[in-house]
Design a protein around this ligand. Sequence first.
Ligand SMILES: NC(=O)c1ccc[n+]([C@@H]2O[C@H](COP(=O)([O-])OP(=O)(O)OC[C@H]3O[C@@H](n4cnc5c(N)ncnc54)[C@H](O)[C@@H]3O)[C@@H](O)[C@H]2O)c1
Length: 271
Amino acid sequence: MTKAKICFIGAGNMPRAIIGGLVASGYDPQLIHATNPSAPKLDAMRADFGIHTSHDNLAAARDADVVVLSVKPQLMEAVCRELSPAIDKQLLITIAAGIPERRYHDYFGKQVKLIRTMPNTPMLLGLGMTGLYAPAKIGEADRALAGMLMQSCGDILWVEKEEDINKVIALAGSSPAYFFLFVEAMVEAGMALNMTEEAARHLAQQAAVGAAAMMKANPEQSLAQLREAVTSKGGTTAQAIATFEQGGLRPLVKQAMGNCIKRAEEMANTF
Ligand SMILES: NC(=O)c1ccc[n+]([C@@H]2O[C@H](COP(=O)([O-])OP(=O)(O)OC[C@H]3O[C@@H](n4cnc5c(N)ncnc54)[C@H](O)[C@@H]3O)[C@@H](O)[C@H]2O)c1
């Protein structure tokens, strides 16, 4: 296993998941450093993982081989400008949505080695999905390092064109929220039928977990086949599915994902 020193600048939820995955996979916690202005967040990460923590972005980045940029897109420019004197040969990995690779060279005021990634929150449970994009000049060793980092808490998919990172956002980065919304709507419908919230959530959430596990366990079956196996001819499911289809679920999903991508493109012009 690599001995790279990795620092996470802006260690919120997502770095917490990646650090948890790394440490669980045997990565030496003494090689990991997290920064954040929030002392309680750092205390918790030190206690949980035995890593180094500090409020000093510059010192942490100076000492690292890999710097993971994890702040919100709105703060990225200011944080990169602050970090610039500490950045020389380090590999930079960003998890920020929207900001194109070329913009980071402007932020740092020099050419930097940067890989864009788009993870998602199920990384917290080791069930993440991360898309990665590296420009052609990034070498194999750096690609392998970024892949190892993200694979420690889920699956990864490399995309060849940077624009495809926005498709990763629509399909995986943002999509856990779509599933939560769907289950939320089911629970509300259950409550409207006089069920308790607890019972409705238990039923809907366990059905979601089971359906997700079936998709994963049966890659040879199409999603339509899995759906049809639940849908007895003339039965109850058929009525529900027909209602979704008539209500325009498929075009609505297409529209939502299109708008997600449009927002990422707008962010690329804003930050
Ligand atoms: N939340 C998601 O589902 C998700 C998924 C993929 C990518 N992302 C990306 O991850 C990044 C973080 O988003 P988040 O939702 O996890 O936010 P977050 O608020 O959990 O994490 C950002 C952290 O940065 C810290 N911070 C603020 N200013 C700082 C500074 N000057 N120096 C160091 N740390 C600073 C904050 O205290 C916070 O803990 C964003 O760029 C977002 O686009 C988020």
